[in-house]
Write a protein that binds this ligand. Structure first.
Ligand SMILES: *[C@@H]1O[C@H](CO)[C@@H](O)[C@H](O)[C@H]1NC(C)=O
Ligand SMILES: *[C@@H]1O[C@H](CO)[C@@H](O)[C@H](O)[C@H]1NC(C)=O
Ligand SMILES: *[C@@H]1O[C@H](CO)[C@@H](O)[C@H](O)[C@H]1NC(C)=O
Ligand SMILES: *[C@@H]1O[C@H](CO)[C@@H](O)[C@H](O)[C@H]1NC(C)=O
Ligand SMILES: *[C@@H]1O[C@H](CO)[C@@H](O)[C@H](O)[C@H]1NC(C)=O
Ligand SMILES: *[C@@H]1O[C@H](CO)[C@@H](O)[C@H](O)[C@H]1NC(C)=O
Ligand SMILES: *[C@@H]1O[C@H](CO)[C@@H](O)[C@H](O)[C@H]1NC(C)=O
Ligand SMILES: *[C@@H]1O[C@H](CO)[C@@H](O)[C@H](O)[C@H]1NC(C)=O
Ligand SMILES: *[C@@H]1O[C@H](CO)[C@@H](O)[C@H](O)[C@H]1NC(C)=O
Length: 854
């Protein structure tokens, strides 16, 4: 929903005359006119309420539209049209909402003989996998009818489903969602505090003359029914009555009340409880609106079926107080009787302005794992699937499970997870959807007999059984997929890697990882030899075995070749961790970057060795790739792939004429860097610590793919049993883990800290250390924390992000950065968590910007 000021202004403009005084913010409101004909504008302002109704068409894919017969004098336009569902058993609206927010959800149903058959329907309404209500329009006076509830949303979308329960056709006229204030209603149930929702039974206010109240008089668009009873004389005031709590009661509710004539009589509200276990929440809103004499007092207590409900209460003068139980109550004997009874001290009878009664609905069935829901929706979207029962919750209730899925069937309190996906023979085209990798528990994937093209993505390696036969896939088959439970026949353009002169070693993850682990044994040995020879000043050229091993992955160059490729060291690109970096060309075509170290100090040599060590072992698409090296006499050089698009620092500051990148791109880069680091930490054995993660060390390809560079300070991380290594503290000031700095104990979490600083730099574009003293805190992490505590959000954000920072993903990234830069390494997340969170951020950023689940 639109949340902008613009909306508010537009709203005020159109409602100036009638509603100027009342104009209320409709922020977060979702008002759907179901079945609004396509010939009409997709949204309009309803003239009586000023509510901005819009068509429901974007929230549902199925159903047909109808119009009620005109003899029914339904005054509000949204209720004159409807959507009905002849096809399918379950049809669902999918509505984006704010997670963990309590919503008032109201649905209107008006049959109005729209189909001329005069058969009023009876059907069920579900919220996600749980039954909300049975809509029985066949009962007398049940057309129109409505259902209302308060619901605490557990995810960022709500599935509101109409389900056939007999032969009649479900229909809906409008769907209205209103986010409520944070400290007002409670929806917790006794049995399961997580899963309560409240169904409205009654919402009454006492008046002699008033009308039904809703928006704009009620800011939350609650509907208040006027009520008067002969034995409950009505009192009212014209004075202002303030709204004490966050219930935002309408003015007419605040200024009117009822009180029994006979002060000794209680004020009684009664209803029947259909089921003895039903639990209720009752809210009593009251204010002293009479002028009391000095010798008068009003004090009363509230009882439910004779059980005291609260301490005695004295209404506040001209100020609403709301009495509510903190836990829901049951009624014995099927009858509920709520009584306000004056205490012995009181000279005046009890008084009540308004009350609400809700019944707790138990939503016991857990919704499908949220990540899986996002993933399967994204797969549905990627293939443009229009399968009639792919609506509502994918896995539950079980008899509505989407065709082609199978889910883990655990007990109802655990969110089901998708374990099997079968989209065989349904005419899929395009590539294998990347979102499949987000179905983390997928064991069985059948995409056979479609028209899929492109290469086999690496993530398929994690799935146990795969049938991709009879498609049009191409490229080489990754090692992880050369198994007998992966069926690939009928794809003539697929080949085994050995059978074609394909590219140099794959940079892709699983293969690289295999290579990493497999070669490490050889290479560690090779390096030991290499170093031994090096120290003895024995040219390694003389060692054919070593040369051979090194050449497994990388090429060895002579010094004269280095001179040639750098055109005698023209065109310096910059200064690396040790030595200067030059631009170079290999075979007149391939661009390379050459890091040359002419000094032979032990320190430089150590860094050179470290870098060779790391880069020989680690191959990953987000790490800069080593093409070769030179080691001749005193001349040491490393030849890397050339990464043409500068470094991240330049793209944040706009220096060197680099374009400043937007938030989505920053997030993608952060995610790639985190994956590169995760690979170093967890993908290599022994794992590695980069030790110099900073924006200047993140190089960017033309398509802004990130490459982590400069491994001169990197170290192998501790072996099993130890959590840290002791080293001389090294790294770049500002990025340096304070714990490492004070203890010299290096751990993977030091990289996590530096990564957090990098993330903060990407969000703020401020120096990591303030050298000019313009900030109260010189360290960026401390400064951001300080400003956040003060609520100075705008001060933190990079002004270059403009409106982008409305996006929840910015906040999620900020939260992540704060946790990564926790002074205590134990509190920082491991890199693998960082990757997961950033992936979720990125997914939410790409989906809608509405998600909150990083
Ligand atoms: C009503 O809401 C829609 C979005 O649902 C928006 O595009 C439209 O501008 C709004 N109309 C007015 C008059 O505010
Ligand atoms: C909604 O539920 C979440 C747990 O899912 C809980 O933390 C939150 O406090 C609830 N919100 C309200 C307003 O009760
Ligand atoms: C008021 O109520 C009390 C208790 O129910 C009753 O005894 C008394 O007669 C009533 N007074 C009048 C005036 O009706
Ligand atoms: C309170 O005082 C007034 C006079 O000021 C008197 O008329 C009335 O009866 C008194 N009420 C009570 C309950 O004592
Ligand atoms: C779904 O999985 C269950 C076990 O988890 C299995 O019994 C059932 O046969 C599966 N259904 C299909 C359609 O594969
Ligand atoms: C997938 O569905 C097709 C047809 O619906 C069926 O023939 C095939 O056996 C299914 N595949 C698996 C792995 O269950
Ligand atoms: C794989 O899919 C093809 C085409 O749908 C089918 O003929 C074959 O039986 C499937 N193989 C297995 C093992 O399920
Ligand atoms: C499969 O896709 C290719 C190109 O995308 C297209 O030319 C071909 O007609 C498609 N085949 C089928 C059976 O849909
Ligand atoms: C696979 O086919 C796509 C086009 O369908 C092409 O872009 C890609 O380069 C091919 N990959 C290989 C390894 O042949």
């Amino acid at each position: 929903m639109e949340r902008s000021l613009e909306l508010l202004l537009a709203l005020i403009a159109t409602m100036t005359i009638i509603h100027l005084v009342h104009a209320q913010d409709q922020r977060g409101f979702i008002s759907l006119d179901c079945g609004l004909p396509e010939s009409e504008p997709s949204s309009y302002i309803e003239s009586v309420t000023g509510l901005n109704f819009s068509s429901d068409a974007t929230f549902i894919q199925s159903g047909e539209t109808g119009t009620i017969q005109t003899y029914l004098k339904i005054s509000l336009k949204p209720y004159r049209t409807l959507r009905y569902f002849r096809e399918g058993t379950r049809n669902c609206y999918d509505i984006p909402v704010e997670k963990r927010r309590i919503y008032l959800i109201k649905a209107w149903f008006i049959y109005g003989n729209y189909d001329g058959l005069d058969i009023r329907p009876k059907f069920d309404m579900y919220l996600g996998p749980n039954l909300w209500a049975t809509v029985d329009m066949q009962k007398l006076f049940n057309d129109p009818t409505s259902e209302e509830m308060l619901h605490n949303s557990t995810s960022d979308s709500l599935q509101i489903c109409l389900v056939k329960s007999g032969t009649t056709t479900p229909l809906i006229s409008s769907l209205e969602l209103r986010p409520l204030g944070r400290d007002s209603y409670s929806t917790k149930s006794l049995i399961d505090p997580k899963s309560g929702s409240l169904k409205l039974l009654e919402r009454i206010y006492y008046t002699n003359s008033g009308n039904e109240i809703r928006y704009p008089d009620d800011a939350y668009d609650r509907q208040w029914t006027p009520h008067s009873q002969l034995w409950l004389p009505h009192i009212s005031t014209t004075s202002d009555v303030s709204d004490g709590g966050s219930y935002k009661l309408p003015k007419a509710v605040r200024q009117n009340a009822a009180t029994p004539t006979n002060a000794s009589e209680p004020l009684t509200i009664e209803w029947t409880s259909e089921n003895p276990n039903d639990q209720y929440y009752m809210y009593e809103h009251l204010a002293e609106i009479q002028d009391l004499q000095a010798n008068e007092t009003r004090e009363f207590a509230v009882f439910l079926n004779g059980h005291s409900f609260s301490d005695p209460v004295t209404p506040e003068k001209l100020e609403i107080i709301t009495m509510a139980s903190h836990t829901p109550r049951t009624c014995e004997g099927g009858k509920c009787s709520l009584q306000l009874t004056r205490t012995w001290r009181s000279t005046l009878p009890p008084l009540l302005n308004a009350y609400e009664i809700y019944r707790v609905i138990q939503f016991t069935q857990s919704e499908t794992n949220e990540k899986d829901v996002v993933a399967i929706k994204s797969i549905k979207h990627a293939y443009g699937l229009n399968i009639i029962n792919w609506q509502g919750d994918p896995c539950v209730p079980q008899h509505f499970m989407w065709d082609g899925l199978n889910c883990s069937s655990t007990d109802i309190s655990i969110p089901p997870i998708i374990t099997s996906l079968n989209l065989s023979s349904i005419g899929l085209s395009g590539t294998i959807a990347a979102a499949i990798q987000n179905l983390e528990q997928l064991e069985n994937l059948d995409l056979s007999n479609n028209n899929l093209t492109g290469e086999l993505p690496e993530f398929l390696g994690n799935i146990m059984f795969i049938n991709l036969s009879e498609n049009n896939l191409n490229g080489s088959i990754p090692a992880a997929l050369q198994r007998k439970d992966v069926i690939l026949h009928g794809n003539p353009r697929l080949f085994h890697p050995g059978t074609s002169c394909s590219k140099s070693p794959s940079k892709k993850f699983p293969v690289a990882m295999v290579a990493c682990v497999a070669t490490v044994v050889i290479l560690v040995a090779a390096l030991v030899l290499f170093l031994v020879f090096r120290k003895k000043k024995v040219s390694t050229v003389d060692d054919p075995q070593l040369g051979q091993r090194m050449s497994l992955i990388n090429k060895r160059f002579t010094y004269s070749e280095v001179i040639k490729m750098t055109n005698n060291f023209q065109g310096a690109l910059g200064e690396g961790g040790f030595g200067r970096v030059y631009r170079g060309t290999l075979n007149d075509s391939e661009h390379v970057a050459v890091k040359v170290c002419n000094e032979s100090s032990p320190q430089f040599f150590k860094q050179f060795k470290a870098e060779v060590d790391i880069l020989l072992r680690a191959h990953h698409k987000y790490l800069v790739n080593l093409v070769g090296y030179c080691d001749e006499g005193n001349h040491l050089a490393l030849v890397y792939e050339f990464v043409p698009n500068g470094d991240l620092k330049e793209h944040l500051s706009g220096k060197q004429g680099r374009p400043i990148i937007n938030w989505g791109m920053r997030l993608k880069i952060a995610m790639e860097v985190s994956q590169g680091l995760e690979y170093l930490h967890d993908g290599c054995k022994p794992s590695m610590i980069h030790r110099d993660v900073k924006t200047a060390n993140i190089l960017l390809c033309e398509d802004f793919q990130a490459k982590i560079a400069d491994f001169g300070l990197s170290r192998s991380s501790p072996v099993a049993g130890e959590t840290h290594v002791l080293t001389v503290v090294a790294g770049t000031p500002g990025y340096l883990d304070p714990e490492y700095h004070s203890t010299s104990r290096l751990s993977k979490k030091s990289d996590v800290y530096s990564f957090g600083i990098l993330l903060l730099e990407m969000i703020t574009n401020k120096p990591v250390i303030d050298v000019d003293g313009t900030r109260e805190m010189s360290g960026i992490a401390q400064w951001v924390r300080l400003e956040l505590e003060r609520g100075e959000i705008t001060k933190i954000m990079d002004p270059n992000l403009y409106v982008d920072y409305n996006s929840p993903s910015v906040w999620n990234a900020l939260t992540l950065a704060i946790s990564c830069t926790d002074p205590s390494s134990a509190n920082r997340p491991p890199m693998s968590d960082v990757v997961t969170k950033l992936k979720a951020c990125l997914a939410s950023e790409n989906l809608s910007g509405l998600s909150e689940f990083c």
